[in-house]
Design a protein around this ligand. Structure first.
Ligand code: FES
Length: 390
């Protein structure tokens, strides 16, 4: 809906795309200066979608704090990204719902739709034709002594500063991360250290719905919805103590963790004892969980595991050594007896249980119910916890 706010009560936010080194500052600053001189807007500010501070949220917060009631965001880049208005709108709606923002925000259309845009291009062409050949105009790149060297480090941490993450507090996450690394003595300036962590700013890392996203490499630890307040825990637990923080993990590729640190499930029915059960997602099969542990009996008469089921999975199978994953069949359960002194060991790379078509996203640390059916002992249900990794 159009507003009757006069220009003098309206703040303008010039929105740039952002670059790793903030090259757009100079351009947008010049534009902002001109608007300040020529127009009567209440304020003219600069914000960036990604990779450069400040974010739109930070600027709107500041405008609101300084008493502005309305802002117009002007995307100053081509080609226009049609997604921007959509996700920015959703982000602002969420902020408003949570009471964080009361300022009224309008979005100016893409500048390449403006009739003056073609005229500006034409005028730029005329200026370009009057300049010297681009190759002779180039200054040779200077090689610095340190430019080609990889700094010594153990961890490399990528903080996503893509558009969604920048809007969700990633700049503060970055600042807190740098401060915490320094406080723990893990910063790259400490001479002789072998546990240095280097921090890299990244454009979109892909799991935007989990913004802000942070990755710790080489462990392949993907953290999602990281708040600035979570940073101290990630630095102390993961970087210092080598224990990834399970509650924020989206994925962990390295088996850094000691499995004994994670809950293992146990159960007993009759003479059958189920021990040390845990689950991990099977890497190559979407929606497939592998279950490991040990099943033993204290009876002289062998028993058999004849079936496994879970309300989360469409079907469950047992994967024997040497069998391709696709050939798993549920009627193969009876092939492996459980005898006194010869427990059924379910191990990675050997015999283990598989749950297919798992209908819910389970994060590491979450549990789900599994029923074990034995030929003689009967049925027992236990809750099994998902560990990170695969
Ligand atoms: S913007 Fe950060 S994951 Fe896409």
């Amino acid at each position: 809906m159009a507003s009757d706010f006069p220009a003098a009560d309206t703040a303008v936010v010039l929105l740039g795309r952002g670059m790793p080194h903030g090259e757009q500052w100079a351009t947008l600053n010049a534009l902002a200066e001109k608007l300040r001189a020529d127009c009567s807007y209440a304020a003219v500010r600069i914000a960036f979608l990604e990779m450069t501070e400040p974010s739109v949220s930070a600027v709107l917060d500041d405008l609101e704090r300084t008493g502005h009631g309305r802002a117009v965001i002007v995307p100053c880049f081509v080609p226009y990204d049609r997604n921007v208005a959509g996700w920015l709108g959703r982000s602002l709606a969420q902020r408003r719902k949570s009471g964080r923002v009361g300022i009224s925000v309008a979005m100016a259309p893409d500048i390449d739709k403006s009739p003056a845009f073609a005229a500006a291009i034409e005028s730029s062409i005329a200026i370009g034709l009057g300049t010297e050949d681009v190759v002779t105009a180039l200054r040779p790149l200077r090689d610095t002594q340190t430019g080609g060297q990889i700094p010594p480090h153990r961890d490399q941490i990528f903080v996503c500063l893509g558009p969604r993450c920048a809007e969700s507090g990633a700049w503060e996450v970055l600042a807190r991360l740098r401060a915490a690394i320094k406080r723990e003595g893990l910063d790259t300036n400490r001479p002789g250290a072998i546990d240095r962590a280097i921090v890299c700013r990244s454009s979109c890392l892909f799991p935007c719905a989990q913004a802000p996203a942070v990755i710790v490499q080489p462990d392949g630890a993907w953290y999602g919805k990281v708040s600035p307040d979570d940073i101290d825990e990630i630095v102390a637990s993961h970087l210092r103590d080598r224990k990834p923080v399970a509650r924020m993990l989206l994925r962990l590729e390295a088996a850094l963790d000691d499995p004994t640190d994670w809950p293992l499930a146990h159960g007993q029915i009759g003479t059958i004892e189920i021990k040390d059960m845990f689950a991990r997602f099977a890497m190559k099969k979407a929606g497939a969980l592998a279950i490991f542990g040990t099943i033993e009996t204290n009876d002289n008469t062998p028993d058999r595991l004849v079936g496994v089921s879970s309300p989360l999975a469409r079907f469950c199978g047992i994967h024997g050594p040497g069998r391709p994953h696709d050939s798993i069949v549920t009627d193969a359960f009876g092939d492996w007896p459980i005898a006194l002194g010869a427990p059924l060991r379910l191990r990675a790379g050997a015999l283990h249980l598989m749950l297919f078509d798992v209908n819910r996203d389970l994060a590491p640390g979450e549990s789900f119910p599994v029923a074990f059916n034995f030929e003689k002992a009967g049925s027992i249900g236990i809750d099994i916890t998902v560990q990170p990794g695969h």
